[in-house]
Ligand binder design. Structure first.
Ligand SMILES: CC(C)(COP(=O)(O)OP(=O)(O)OC[C@H]1O[C@@H](n2cnc3c(N)ncnc32)[C@H](O)[C@@H]1OP(=O)(O)O)[C@@H](O)C(=O)NCCC(=O)NCCS
Length: 142
């Protein structure tokens, strides 16, 4: 994961977007407008419009976050007990999905649009729904 200060010229962020302190964004990552961005974001990610990535989130390389994705970092708001989400390399999170604080989403896994993810999800699977449930293994593009 690269420091955004070293690779600033290769990161594209559409404005207006809010950046929290201590964020990192890897080379080649693109971020749409009206986002809230913190934590560590890897290389060549696509983060579409109106996405929340709060502090403590870790997003690995080549991750896609569809428009309106919301990531939590506090299961019990105002408790001050924060836990970051981790989204592993190559995962795709469909538009308007919510990811509960502390959840880990596996490598290359797909979360369908409008899902509510409340527990860890393994690698290479497709899940959707509220709460998100296993649908099938991910094969090739889908
Ligand atoms: C999850 C997903 C990858 C599944 O695609 P797929 O394998 O082609 O699945 P299908 O379209 O054949 O749907 C299979 C079944 O699951 C249901 N389904 C699919 N996605 C769903 C979702 N997100 N929520 C609820 N049900 C869903 C379908 O209604 C269908 O149900 P049925 O068998 O009872 O008719 C896809 O639906 C999706 O959500 N992609 C994300 C799109 C997105 O957010 N893009 C970014 C913005 S453009």
């Amino acid at each position: 994961m690269a420091d955004n200060k070293k690779n600033n010229n290769k990161v594209k962020i559409w404005q207006p977007t809010n950046l929290y302190g201590n964020y990192q964004i890897g080379r080649g990552t693109k971020i749409g407008a009206f986002c809230d961005i913190g934590g560590k974001i890897g290389k060549n990610c696509v983060i579409q419009t109106m996405v929340s990535v709060p502090p403590l989130t870790i997003i690995e390389d080549n991750v896609f976050l569809g428009p309106g994705v919301r990531i939590g970092n506090e299961v019990f708001p105002m408790s001050g007990k924060l836990s970051g989400v981790r989204i592993k390399e190559g995962a795709i999170i469909g538009m308007n999905s919510s990811i509960r604080a502390g959840v880990i989403i596996g490598k290359n896994t797909i979360i369908g649009q409008h899902s509510n993810v409340v527990a860890d999800i393994p690698d290479n699977e497709v899940w959707f729904g509220n709460p998100a449930k296993f649908y099938k293994m991910r094969m090739g593009i889908t």
